[in-house]
Design a protein around this ligand. Structure first.
Ligand SMILES: Cc1cc2nc3c(=O)[nH]c(=O)nc-3n(C[C@H](O)[C@H](O)[C@H](O)COP(=O)(O)OP(=O)(O)OC[C@H]3O[C@@H](n4cnc5c(N)ncnc54)[C@H](O)[C@@H]3O)c2cc1C
Length: 363
């Protein structure tokens, strides 16, 4: 525990580095447990969380498989985001099912096979082929994935930031890990002391001297923000790897790429031109380009997150590696990490960073 010495006047239970969706959920759960928390984060509109579309989708890939933990995560996300929204006085989650337009016969077959196997998330569409033909060009059958959710992630980031600011527990700067001093059972950072520092700093952790042994993958994603008039915004539309996700009236998020090798982290003309060409091919409605975003997802080699305490330095912990599933995985694992920090309860072993204890102990 931190020393109760008067010379340390800025005493906290936890310091959190990063206020993307991971930092949002961790600060939320720790504050709910009446813990004294301070968050460091310099506002960064290019963070993965700020660029994400916020989709929670239980089905993935060309083989159309149910995603890891989907049966648990979907109802959990619905509850948790609904109550977070109520606390922040915003709409944090909306159910919007996905209409999938397969681009090739093998994908259509995969959907048909899953329906035959009674996959509970895949259904025939509620809209008729005739209705869909008014807006889209499509050669194959259409399928509906349900339930799916859109997390209003940018609104959540803004509101949690405002909330922490109001409580005077947000420092608008980056935490410099070189200034962390490890003491017996606590940490000191500049004038602040805390029991622990938790790194929720997205892909930056891959360069951290404490965490760079973890098998992170930088996965670049790009999206266009597009105005499309008169398209039914009750649905998400998916053509190959491109999803069209409604953000606001007539404003759509269109993405994304999954780039594992890239020359620049900035938006590229190549992505823009290919995406516009696909939109022209599939959309009957006119559209116009409003913006173009890019960011790096904090992905991992085995596609499982990094959660828990550092094996060498028990005063630091991590909540990271959410890859392309940050919206659904983060509340679940932030809650597990909160349990670990407060009661010593266990973390799912496939996500617990202790699986890399050997690598992390080589400092
Ligand atoms: C194009 C694109 C589309 C995506 N779509 C979806 C989607 O539909 N659904 C989904 O679930 N996921 C999606 N993702 C993935 C999702 O964005 C990530 O999984 C998630 O946002 C990761 O959140 P995070 O808080 O861990 O990291 P980040 O969002 O990267 O946040 C980390 C924060 O830490 C800050 N930081 C960094 N270093 C420090 C430091 N030293 N001190 C203090 N602060 C620091 C950063 O500035 C940032 O604010 C998408 C990602 C991209 C790029």
């Amino acid at each position: 525990m931190c020393p109760q010495n008067e010379s340390y006047n800025l005493k906290f239970d936890y310091i959190i580095a990063g206020l993307g969706i991971s930092g949002v959920w961790l600060s939320h759960y720790l504050l709910k447990e009446n813990k004294k928390v301070i968050v460091f984060d310099k506002k960064n509109l290019q963070s993965a969380s700020n660029v994400a579309s916020g989709l929670v989708n239980p089905v993935t890939g060309r083989r159309v498989v149910t995603t890891w933990l989907a049966d648990e995560l979907l109802p959990f996300c619905k509850n948790e985001y609904t109550s977070l929204g109520e606390e922040l006085c915003i709409q944090a989650i909306t159910q919007k099912n996905i209409l999938v337009f397969p681009s090739a016969p093998d994908l259509q077959n995969a959907f048909d096979n899953r329906m035959k196997e009674n996959n509970s998330y895949i259904h025939p569409p509620q809209l008729s082929r005739q209705e869909l033909s008014l807006h889209f060009n499509f050669p194959f059958n259409v399928y509906e994935i349900s339930p799916c959710y859109v997390i209003h992630i940018q609104d959540i980031l803004v509101s949690q930031r405002q909330h922490l600011n109001k409580e005077n527990v947000l420092i608008d700067e980056m935490l410099d890990e070189n200034l962390i001093e490890f003491k017996d059972g606590y940490v000191q950072y500049k004038g602040y002391t805390a029991d622990k520092i938790i790194f929720a700093n997205g892909i930056s952790a891959s360069k951290s001297k404490f965490w760079n042994g973890l098998p992170f993958v930088e996965n670049k994603g790009q999206a266009l923000i597009v105005e499309i008039k008169d398209m039914d915004a009750n649905y998400i539309y998916k053509f190959g790897h491109l999803s069209l996700i409604p953000l606001a009236q007539n404003k759509w998020w269109v993405g994304s790429s999954n780039e594992l090798s890239f020359k620049t982290t900035e938006p590229t003309d190549d992505f823009k031109n290919k995406t516009i060409a696909t939109l022209k091919a599939v959309l009957k409605n006119d559209f116009s380009l409003l913006d173009h975003w890019a960011s790096l997802r904090p992905a991992t080699v085995e596609r499982r997150p990094f959660i828990g305490l550092h094996p060498l330095y028990p005063q630091i912990a991590i909540l990271n590696g959410m890859g392309s599933k940050g919206c659904s995985l983060t509340p679940w694992f932030a809650k597990q990490l909160t349990g670990k920090l407060i009661n010593g309860s266990s973390i799912d072993t496939t996500a617990d960073v202790q699986r890399f204890a050997k690598i992390l102990s080589r400092q």
